[in-house]
Design a protein around this ligand. Structure first.
Ligand SMILES: Cc1cc2nc3c(=O)[nH]c(=O)nc-3n(C[C@H](O)[C@H](O)[C@H](O)COP(=O)(O)O)c2cc1C
Length: 162
């Protein structure tokens, strides 16, 4: 088995690196996929953008055995079942890994525009609860939720004991 990952701002990469260190599995970015044999078993990690696990599409013809999605929220948004369906990973083990994000003002391009719109929408909501307030703060000020303990379910699935 090998690890393949897609990370834009580095949070998912931190998890992929941690997983490689704990398992001694080889690690590849999606860009390096040509180095991976089509029959090789893969555990995939990708960051999520509007519920879509980035980079996963490129692995359709590969032997993916488990998928991890990293997002900024406490749990997968809008929920795990929707994420599984939207990414067509039914039947595969799916693990949510809380990643993080940089403050909005440090982002660039399309991602910044998308998140600015999302932030505006969140701020305009009249029914703001604790979760929405947290999402607003995360987008505005940034957040790093990467923790080794979040990998525990993945390590259990891999039968790695620490
Ligand atoms: C444009 C945009 C859309 C995002 N959409 C989601 C989302 O739908 N669900 C989620 O949990 N996180 C979402 N995020 C947060 C990222 O998935 C999160 O910051 C992730 O940990 C970044 O990983 P990376 O540093 O490896 O790129 C979004 C971030 C951006 C910039």
């Amino acid at each position: 088995m090998v690890i393949v990952y897609e990370s834009k701002t580095g949070f998912t990469k931190k998890y992929a690196d941690m997983l490689a260190a704990k398992t001694s599995l080889k690690i590849f970015r999606v860009k390096e996929l040509s180095k991976v044999n089509k029959n090789e078993e893969i555990i995939f990690l990708g960051w999520m953008k509007v519920g879509k696990i980035q980079g996963l599409k490129k692995l359709r013809k590969y032997n993916v055995k488990a998928v991890c999605g990293s997002g900024a929220g406490r749990t997968a948004e809008p929920n795990t079942d929707v994420v599984i369906a939207r990414n067509k990973v039914e039947g595969l083990p799916f693990f949510y890994l809380r990643g993080g994000c940089f403050p909005l003002k440090e982002l660039k391009g399309k991602d910044k525009i998308m998140l600015s719109m999302f932030l505006k929408m969140l701020k305009s909501r009249k029914d703001k609860d604790e979760k929405i307030e947290e999402a607003i703060a995360i987008i505005e000020y940034g957040f790093d939720g990467v923790k080794e303990e979040n990998l525990k379910p993945v390590l259990n699935w891999l039968n790695v004991t620490e």
